[in-house]
Write a protein that binds this ligand. Structure first.
Ligand SMILES: [Zn+2]
Length: 138
C-alpha cells in the first residue's frame, strides 16, 4: 500500500480520535502510520547498491512490483512484530510511544488487508527472529 493511502487512512482515524486524544498524540499516530514505510526506502537503497536517490528507489519498486510469483521478499524491519513490541515497550518510558505504536499497528493492519486482498501475503517476513535465523537477506 502506498504512503499516500496510509496518510489518508491516518487522517481519517486521527480525525475520529481528535475529540478523545490530545492533538500532538494524533500527530504521532498519523506520522508513525506513514513513516514506518521508511524501511522500504532503506531496502531500495541497499538493493540499488547505496544509491540514495528517491527516483531510483521508486524505480526499484516499479521493477519489484512488476515481478509475478516472487521468490524473494524485501525485509522491512520496522514492519516486524518484534519492532512493534519494542515500541510498545518503550511506552513505559514515554506515553508518546504508545501512540506511535498505535500508528504502526494501524499501518500494519491496513498493509495486511492490502496484501491479503492482492494475494501477496507471503511477500513479507513478519518476524525478525525468523529472518535472523534463516537467510538474513534484505
Ligand atoms: Zn507498510
Amino acid at each position: 500500500m502506498l504512503p499516500k493511502s496510509h496518510f489518508i487512512i491516518g487522517i481519517i482515524i486521527g480525525a475520529l480520535l481528535l475529540p478523545f486524544v490530545p492533538w500532538y498524540y494524533v500527530i504521532a499516530i498519523i506520522a508513525a502510520n506513514v513513516l514506518i514505510d521508511f524501511d522500504h526506502y532503506i531496502v531500495a537503497v541497499i538493493r540499488n547498491k547505496g544509491d540514495c536517490r528517491l527516483d531510483k528507489a521508486l524505480e526499484y519498486y516499479d521493477r519489484y512490483n512488476a515481478i509475478k510469483n516472487k521468490k524473494t521478499y524485501n525485509f522491512t524491519v520496522f514492519h516486524t512484530i518484534e519492532f512493534h513490541i519494542l515500541v510498545l515497550f518503550m511506552s513505559t518510558v514515554s506515553p508518546i510511544f504508545f501512540y506511535v505504536f498505535i500508528g504502526m499497528l494501524i499501518h500494519s493492519l491496513t498493509d495486511l488487508v492490502f496484501l491479503i486482498k492482492h494475494g501477496n501475503i507471503i511477500e513479507r517476513e513478519y518476524w525478525f527472529w525468523r529472518w535472523w535465523k534463516n537467510d538474513r537477506k534484505i
